[in-house]
Design a protein. Sequence first.
Length: 215
Amino acid sequence: MEIKGCIFDLDGVIVDTAKYHYLAWKRLADHLDVNFTLEDNERLKGVSRMDSLEIILAIGKRKLNKELKEKYARLKNEWYIDYISKMTPDEILSGSIKFINELKGAGIKTALGSASKNTPLILKRVGMEKMFDAVVDGNIVSRAKPNPEVFIVAAGMIKVKPEHCVVFEDAVAGVQAAINAGMICVGIGSRKVLAKAHYIISGLDEMNLKKLKEI
Ligand code: B16
Ligand code: MG
């Protein structure tokens, strides 16, 4: 297979914002009297904001009407924005910039494919707003991973057919979205969790052009 495009998830692949999502969700869970643990937080990775709230409510066996759900999702996001507004380029995960520049040098197109509506703010804070040939996020697409929409739209924007794209993902829902898009998926994390990924690494610092071509 000839690789012509690489699509990167944001949270967990380029930056570690999962810790900030956790702090903000934990604060909301405490407020709602729901016992929410770090282990529970794993289930929220790659999942949309409203679906994440639904998971937390299910954990606490709580039921809320639509207005209250919207209110709490907004509140969580305000707290989350307080955290990410203080992010710096030091928070870019190791190996990301080096690998993306290597791809560019080889003429391989790059795109970002994230569920987060806060993608523009995060990219700005870490100084990566001009890094990718295309950015597709939760403001552009409406169907959450594992729906493949985010990756299909990204491939369209960089004008590469899905079968020539490789996706880098850290979440179960994201790996499934890449597979649903008909793309090769490199999972970032553990083989046990990301069982469906075609290849597993622990972070982009383990990846380079030579390895990519051997996949
Ligand atoms: P927001 P990714 C995802 O980002 C996160 O992994 C997930 O935990 C979060 O709920 C989702 O974005 C929505 O984020 O509330 O900022 O719109 O992994 O797809 O880059
Ligand atoms: Mg992710």
